[in-house]
Design a protein around this ligand. Structure first.
Ligand SMILES: Cc1cc2nc3c(=O)[nH]c(=O)nc-3n(C[C@H](O)[C@H](O)[C@H](O)COP(=O)(O)O)c2cc1C
Length: 166
């Protein structure tokens, strides 16, 4: 079974989480990892799982204004947004399962999650959302909190098991 991991990342943390998720998936699935800038416009018929994630900006998925703000704060990877990629997905009867993730400030009490917003958008496209998860960064530009890439790899492994058992 094939999986696609799509990520948006401005400081590199969400990319590191995406790579770790992909390495967990790759233990039992064929995996393609793509930045949103380079992601396919639709969900190919042979995909069993799509894992999509981005940074939490202003309590949700990024917008052009928040990405500009990130660049002003030193982000080195200008990118398009996960929100735009999801919104552009064509209406389809894809049977692929979807999982969403984000990076979020380590202060877990700060409300809002790009992963939850992405799940909401995926459901609006009639996609089946299996799971959503946040991974934590110590500060605005990172680094990831210790242990988060291990947690991401384990989540990837678990997602692969779940879709293959269905
Ligand atoms: C403009 C802006 C707004 C942000 N707003 C939030 C927020 O509402 N909640 C939060 O947890 N983190 C927020 N952050 C921190 C980001 O989540 C953090 O920069 C991101 O996880 C880093 O991921 P990246 O390295 O993949 O870009 C914000 C960051 C920026 C630049």
């Amino acid at each position: 079974m094939r999986a696609l991991v799509v990520f948006e990342s401005m400081f590199g943390n969400t990319r590191a989480v995406a790579d770790a998720i992909a390495s967990g998936l790759a233990e039992t699935m064929e995996v393609d990892v793509r930045s949103v800038d380079d992601a396919p416009d639709g969900i190919a018929a042979d995909l069993g799982l799509v894992v999509a994630g981005g940074p939490t900006h202003a309590f949700s998925m990024s917008r052009e204004t928040t990405r500009r703000d990130a660049v002003a704060r030193g982000a080195e990877h200008p990118t398009s947004g996960l929100r735009d990629w999801l919104e552009r997905l064509p209406e389809s009867r894809s049977s692929a399962a979807v999982a969403t993730f984000d990076t979020h400030a380590a202060q877990k009490w700060i409300p809002g999650s790009a992963a939850k917003a992405a799940a909401h958008e995926a459901r609006r496209h009639h996609l089946r959302v299996l799971s959503s998860r946040s991974f934590y960064v110590a500060d605005m530009e990172g680094p990831l909190v210790d242990g988060e890439t291990d947690r991401a790899r384990a989540w990837g492994r678990d997602l692969a098991r779940r879709v293959q058992e269905e």
